[in-house]
Design a protein around this ligand. Sequence first.
Ligand code: CMC
Length: 426
Amino acid sequence: MGEKVTITYQDKTIDLPVIFGSEGEVAVDITRLRAETGIITLDPGYANTGSCTSSITFMDGEKGILRYRGIPVEELAKHATFKETAYLLINGEPPCQAELNRFSILLNDHSLVHEDMQSFYQNFPRQSHPMGILSGMVNALRFFYPELQTLEEEINITVTRLLAKIRTMAAMSYKISQGHKVVYPRPDLAYCANFLNMMFDSPVRPYVIDEDVVNALRVFWILHADHEQNCSTSAVRLVGSARVNLYASISAGISALWGPLHGGANQAVIEMLRSIESGGYTIDQAVRRAKDRNDSFRLMGFGHRVYKTYDPRAKIMKKMCDKLLAKLNIKDPLLDLAKELEEKALSDDYFVDHHLYPNVDFYSGIVLRAIGIPTNMFTVMFAIGRLPGWIAQWKESADDPNWRIARPRQIYTGPPKTNFVSIDQR
Ligand code: CMC
């Protein structure tokens, strides 16, 4: 008999099994709680609730650890390609050479986007946010690429299509927003370089591929590739639990990621630093406002639900930021402001006591600026990076023998039964 937790409520007592993860994480399995006692748990924001078991990503928020399929993210950032990382997340093992070759051919074969989709892009209002466009267009992919014959074919081809087309769609959306001609994917270029070329190549100024820029993008995407049950991933799993198609589930994930408390923070950090630069407020005022409970202002790029220490991704991003800017000979005043803000915040009791450290978004915007990505595309860059993780989590949940449609309960706090009284009777 394993360990158990006993809950007694009124005249009912139930023994609930304790389960352990492979890294010693502990949970109480409450599957039988409501059926046997009539009570439910209440956990706003799910801070104490495990929604699934998963073998994809391990995080330790106290020690600042992040691993994909057991491999530390630091090692992947040093040695792996983004394509290998995507394969690892989705298939559970890093690819061998033959598998990688096949994966590359498939990604290349599926990298074009149906020409008719261009007319959608042309018709979005000019000021539309690229995340809204991406979410809509990913959902629309289902109409251009209808369901395939077998489930296996459907999943494998849809996965490859999404990975291949998302970067074409993102770059296409940027080009069209600029009023420029779309640049098509090139079979001779690898995943990251291909995207940069589609974004920045033009007939009047051919894009020259710089290996340091390609490397920065590779690392950026690897660091964003998965982060277990965060808001957007939970959205993908929740929407997917209704057995909707993968495109619709990923579209929901993109919408969730758009929020400034989640992936949208990378854009919000740059906007905050720009406000400081333009004299809207000082660093001291930003820190003061962030501490004020009556002010909704927060230091963007700071704090995390799981990490109570420095985000391991932020450590790598900060180093890369310094290296890339030095290599490209860029002097970005926002980097100096970011460092000053970090130093002020980390020496302030409020941030120390609340365990608030820079997260991945704090320095990533400066890296993206150096690469040449426009600010309103920052969260799209996050979404492209996160796609393999969303797919892996969607697949895992679809294959789960304990699968059930996600359907949380609630505690009703509204009025008791009330009769309807028509307007003329009131
Ligand atoms: N600035 C000032 N105070 C903060 C901040 C911040 N950035 N983040 C949290 N706090 C305070 C918060 O006011 C609360 O204080 P108190 O206990 O005194 O009321 C305490 O810290 C706990 O905050 P919380 O909102 O309950 O924490 P959470 O786990 O629900 O939220 C978070 C996590 C990331 C949404 C939050 O830290 C935040 O809003 N950060 C800024 C936005 C941001 O950078 N988001 C990117 C996250 S990393 C990328 C990704 O999404 O994967």
